[in-house]
Structure formats: structure tokens, C-alpha cells
Design a protein around this ligand. Structure first.
Ligand code: GRF
Length: 192
């Protein structure tokens, strides 16, 4: 399956997908990396690995729908069949999300449905939970919502800060996203 990854920053999850896809038996290939920010660190990694990149600033478009139509055109150019959101910090329009329904995944660093939105690690610490983690889920119009494909758990330790907790979760994210994408690409996971 041909997979496009949408990023806004560091792109470490995108990198984990690229590394996984390098294996001969992996059922997906990363055909392009899109960023809404020219300074996204992940763009250099993609370019070094020979993966096409595209940058479009949402600021250059009048409406969300116009911006999303541009993303759609880029994805079509790459022949993308699956979209992976990986630290993509823009909300996508309902029309875009519906068009990619059952073909678009996101990773969120919490055990959904807990701690949606911004600063999930800070939210987890404030809530005093003893267990936290990350979830790969189908994208539906509601933010950080949609059925889970896979989740991974980590303990919350007494001395944790948002940063130490985020680092522990990130290790799991980098294993979870390639596994979830593989299941989707093989047709082992689907959205009803
Ligand atoms: C990750 O924690 C991801 O779960 C969240 O934003 C972060 C992005 O990190 N949505 P990276 O850009 O993949 O390194």
C-alpha cells in the first residue's frame, strides 16, 4: 500500500514508519511526506531517504477547505492510498476526513479516550493516573477520536515530569505505529 505521512515537526514517528517500511516484507511503502511547516525537522530526514516531500503553509490559504484541497492534490500526485498523521498539528476539514474515512490513521500519546487534545502528558500527571500510553486510531471528524487500532501502555512513575513521561511513551509510539499501519495495510484492521 502507498502511504503518505503528514507532519508538522520533528517527525520521529514518520521516521519509525520509514524504517519499518524498509523491510522487504513490510506491507506498505512511504511515498511522500507532507508538512504544513517548512521548518519541520522531519523533512530533512525524508529527503535524505529519497522520499518526496511537500510543504504548504496553511497561512497561504484563505479557508481550511482550500488548504485541504491542496493537501488532497499532493496526495493524489503521490498516488497515496493510506494517510498517516504523525504529529500533524492542523485540524482537517470534515470533508477531507470523510473522503479518507477508513484510510487515515493518527497517533495520539495517551490511552484514548483519556486526555485528548494538547499536552496529554501534563493532563495525565494532573489526573494522577498510574498508567499512560499511546493509541493509534482511525481518524474521524472529532479530534483525537475514532476507534482505536492498537494501544500501548507505560507506567507513570512517581518522579515523572511531562518530559520524562513523554519520552517513555515515545519509545512505545515508535513500535506501535509501524505495527498498526502494517495491520491496516494487510487488511487485518478496518473501520466499519
Ligand atoms: C507524538 O507524541 C505524537 O503522538 C503526537 O505528537 C508527537 C509528534 O512527535 N501526535 P513526532 O513529530 O512524531 O516526533
Amino acid at each position: 500500500k502507498r502511504v503518505a505521512v503528514l507532519i508538522s515537526g520533528r517527525g520521529s514517528n514518520m521516521q519509525s514508519l520509514v524504517h519499518a517500511a524498509a523491510a522487504a516484507d513490510y506491507p506498505a511503502e512511504i511515498v511522500g511526506v507532507f508538512s504544513n511547516r517548512a521548518d519541520a525537522g522531519g523533512l530533512a530526514f525524508a529527503a535524505e531517504h529519497g522520499i518526496p516531500t511537500a510543504v504548504r503553509s496553511h497561512r497561504d490559504f484563505n479557508t481550511r477547505a482550500d488548504f485541504d484541497a491542496e493537501i488532497e492534490a499532493v496526495l493524489e500526485g503521490w498516488g497515496a492510498e493510506i494517510v498517516c498523521l504523525a504529529g500533524f498539528m492542523r485540524i482537517l476539514s470534515e470533508g477531507f476526513v470523510e473522503r479518507w474515512r477508513g484510510r487515515m490513521l493518527n497517533i495520539h500519546p495517551s490511552l484514548l479516550p483519556a486526555f485528548k487534545g494538547l499536552d496529554p502528558h501534563g493532563q495525565a500527571l494532573a489526573a494522577g493516573v498510574t498508567e499512560h500510553g499511546c493509541t493509534v486510531h482511525w481518524v474521524i471528524p472529532a479530534l483525537d477520536d475514532g476507534p482505536a487500532i492498537l494501544a500501548a501502555r507505560v507506567p507513570v512513575l512517581p518522579d515523572d515530569t511531562a518530559d520524562t513521561l513523554a519520552a517513555r511513551v515515545l519509545v512505545e509510539e515508535h513500535k506501535l505505529y509501524p505495527e498498526a499501519l502494517a495491520r491496516v495495510a494487510r487488511g487485518e484492521a478496518w473501520l466499519d
